[in-house]
Design a protein around this ligand. Sequence first.
Ligand SMILES: Nc1nc2c(ncn2[C@@H]2O[C@H](COP(=O)(O)OP(=O)(O)O)[C@@H](O)[C@H]2O)c(=O)[nH]1
Ligand SMILES: [Mg+2]
Ligand SMILES: [Zn+2]
Length: 352
Amino acid sequence: MTTVISLADLGWRPLFQQALTLEQLESGVIARVLGVDRDRLLLCSEQSQWHEPLEKRWHEVPIDERPTVGDWVWLQPEVPGTLTLLPRQTLLQRVASGTQPKPQLLAANIDTLLIVSSCNADFNPARLERYLALAMEAGAMAVIVLTKADLSSEADDYREAAQALHAATPVVVLNALDHSAVDLLKPWLAPGQTVAILGSSGVGKTTLTNTLLGEGRFSTAGIREQDAKGRHTTTARQMVHLPDGGWIVDTPGMRELRLGDASEGVDRVFDDIVDLASHCRFADCHHQGDKGCALEAAVEKGTLDPDRLKRFLKLKRETANAQQTVWERRQRYKAFGKMARSVQNAKNEKKR
Ligand SMILES: Nc1nc2c(ncn2[C@@H]2O[C@H](COP(=O)(O)OP(=O)(O)O)[C@@H](O)[C@H]2O)c(=O)[nH]1
Ligand SMILES: [Mg+2]
Ligand SMILES: [Zn+2]
């Protein structure tokens, strides 16, 4: 068989292999999920690209156990029911908008999350910190990309403000319409690297994707982005291959980003505050008028930005609540699994 693309260029890492037996490796195919529709996957293996129907059973498993863009699967293409999801290295997920807190998967096995905002009123520290927490919870690298530098005389101020959010996260300021953006983002787009782009509507995610692709494959804002119902057309999530070898996932713009159980991610974004909090007099300090609070002392001294502390505490509360609902959901699944097993056991009992 001829190889069209190597697994390494598809983003495969040897550690994924540990999930498969030698027998599976020899008898089936490894493929990456490049796109997801409701009832089919766009798969890519070393030899070909094809649409694989998504069997009904996948709609019955918990949302975070269903294949999403960027996932790796193993299957025997001629044998129904063999599609198996391989363990993920990273998973980007948020809480879907709506009253029911349901997880929504954005992409799996992403190496780097490009967090896009613009050098204008879209720039919002609280929102950027949310995206940073999402990336860090997922285990992905984060890069803050500030577009529309060509339209602003304050691009350097925006860069500085972004850098102040998290010292270790690179900040790239660019014009998404200009080819120079390709070189600026090159460090994260080497062959086999997968990058996801997130940010509000209108910040230039599709423009940037097109510039990286070197063609106008996706329609950007303006009349073409609206369908008959007046909704955005960047809805289906898909991975596209860049000329220099990396992969990119463009996502629909988000009006809001609700974090799920991302308390570890939040702690990583605010690691300096977390360190400082270990010096509070009481281990269960709420950092709100408590005696001996090291954070409030730092605010007094002028070494900690009070707004940043407020944003940290708000995200901590939000993720603590999410943790609770995730825990409740797990308990329900567990109970359901127990019930399903006992029903199955009873059936097996009867058959004997
Ligand atoms: N001048 C300038 N315009 C930009 C830049 N980035 C995006 N735009 C424009 O902003 C509008 C929205 O961009 P689009 O890529 O559709 O945003 P998306 O919703 O994030 O995908 C389009 O008209 C783009 O041409 C930039 O860096 N500089
Ligand atoms: Mg778009
Ligand atoms: Zn405290």
